[in-house]
Design a protein around this ligand. Structure first.
Ligand SMILES: [Zn+2]
Length: 465
């Protein structure tokens, strides 16, 4: 009997993971919301963003937020959501808090676990959106709920701005700043979807990056046209050869070296811990950005080149229409990451100047430029305090990112925006947009605590020194 009992119990005992530390009430609320959010398939085209927004609206209502301060703004199959936490106004204009509800498409058959089930395993939370950025959606919501429960009255309104298509067209954010400015207007914005901490492979925190600038995303098409004809009668003029010539010119061209306060500060900080000639180039560039030799070394590093200039690269190609016909047109897509403050049309003009007047150069879709946001001392101080509350002593460094988030729309209309996500991650754990996306469990609960410190510092009663 005992033997049978043991035989049934033993495999069970082995299958049960090590007991997780008991969660406090706020952590349990956050975990519950997080697991619900991961389950909504908020990929483009699934029409699940509004459903998820309704779930969140119920949570906010239950916490005591009035209906009049909860807004779901439909936009095609997706939606944006805005929730206002009213303050007493003594601290000035509102602060906007950003995250996006949509996720990059995940193919379950390629994943080791179901991407739409939150799975806690080996100290990680797995699931699509755990890193990008349903953790951010969760920690903002959970902190609004907690602060309400604590009776916190902010000195200024706090406005959650959840967008619904950051990973694709970014139309919901565009719509909010253009058509619902009154709902989202703020003195500055804090974005969960950028910035964050880096852990070394040994798990020790290395640095925290406070994102103050991001490059604009712009794609251009280069097109050559030709009358075409029979391929048995080739001529010197040929749309494909002319496009190839144009592409070689784009390949050879380098945009001028640029810098701002953020990139100089970030090279200074990175240079202090980076070995070899790249580290030397970072230090040299930080002390003298006119140092062409240092800039050239950084330009050879794929991870650094984007921080020193606008970059453009060929990404798509099409042309011709039959094996036996001279091509009537050929088109290449050039994707550019535009340095903050550079006008999109000046990039188009530069490409045009490089390839010559016979090649059409056109912008694909929309693109907006944004300036780098100034390093506000109050934001830097509050972020540093919040970072140190979870990771004491870690250096906080401004960074400029080469990708672009919804934050660029706020910056473009003059609302300074800071990427201040609270997740600490190892580089080897970063699978956002990819397979088996995950975040350390500890980092999730730290992120939750971090935002509580950040919000109560920036919108709490003034501390007498
Ligand atoms: Zn994101």
């Amino acid at each position: 009997m005992l033997k049978t009992l043991l035989a049934t119990l033993l495999p069970l005992a082995i299958a049960v993971p090590a007991q997780a530390a008991a969660l406090d009430a706020n952590q349990a609320t956050a975990r519950d919301i997080f697991s619900h959010l991961i389950a909504y398939k908020t990929e483009v085209g699934q029409a699940q963003v509004p459903v998820m927004a309704n779930y969140l609206a119920d949570k906010f209502r239950a916490a005591g937020f009035p209906d009049s301060d909860i807004h779901i703004i439909p936009h095609g199959e997706t939606a944006a959501m805005v929730v206002r936490y009213r303050g007493n106004g003594s601290g000035g204009k509102p602060i906007a808090l950003m995250a996006h509800m949509d996720v990059v498409t995940a193919k379950p058959e390629d994943w080791q676990r179901d991407p739409f089930t939150l799975i806690e395993e080996n100290g990680y939370f797995y699931g699509r959106g755990t890193e990008d950025i349903k953790s951010g959606v969760t920690v903002l919501a959970a902190n609004f709920i907690r602060l309400k429960k604590e009776g916190f009255v902010p000195t200024r309104d706090l406005i959650i701005v959840y967008t619904g298509d950051e990973e694709t067209t970014q139309d919901t954010m565009d719509d909010l700043v253009k058509n619902h400015r009154d709902l989202v207007d703020a003195e500055f914005a804090l974005n969960t979807d950028a910035g964050g901490g880096e852990l070394g492979e040994n798990g020790k925190p290395l640095v925290y990056g406070l994102q103050t600038a991001e490059k604009a995303y712009a794609s251009f098409e280069l097109t050559t046209r030709n009358a075409g004809g029979h391929s048995s009668l080739p001529r010197k003029d040929n749309a494909i050869y002319e496009l190839a010539d144009a592409l070689k010119k784009v390949q050879a061209y380098q945009f001028p070296v640029m810098w701002n306060d953020t990139t100089i500060a970030s090279f200074k900080a990175l240079g202090a811990t980076t070995q070899g000639k790249v580290g030397q180039a970072m230090r040299d560039f930080a002390s003298n950005p006119h140092d062409a030799a240092a800039a050239a070394v950084l330009a050879d590093e794929p991870s650094e080149v984007g921080k020193t200039r606008t970059t453009c690269v060929a990404t798509l190609l099409r042309g011709g229409h039959a094996d036996n016909a001279l091509p009537q047109s050929a088109t290449a897509t050039i994707n550019c990451r535009v340095f903050p403050g550079v006008a999109i049309d000046s990039v188009r003009q530069t490409l045009q100047d490089q390839v010559g007047p016979k090649v059409e150069v056109t912008l694909v879709g929309k693109a907006i430029t944004s300036e780098a946001s100034p390093l506000r001392p109050d934001v830097v101080a509050a972020v540093t305090k919040a970072v140190h509350s979870i990771r004491p002593g870690v250096a906080v460094t401004p960074v400029q990112e080469s990708g672009a988030t919804d934050g660029i729309y706020f910056r473009a209309v003059g609302i300074p925006t800071y990427g201040v996500g609270g997740l600490f991650m190892k580089n080897s754990d970063a699978f956002a947009h990819g397979l088996n996306e995950r975040i350390p469990v500890k980092s999730f609960y730290d992120d939750l605590a971090y935002w509580h410190v950040l919000l109560t510092t920036l919108a709490g009663p003034p501390v007498t020194q």
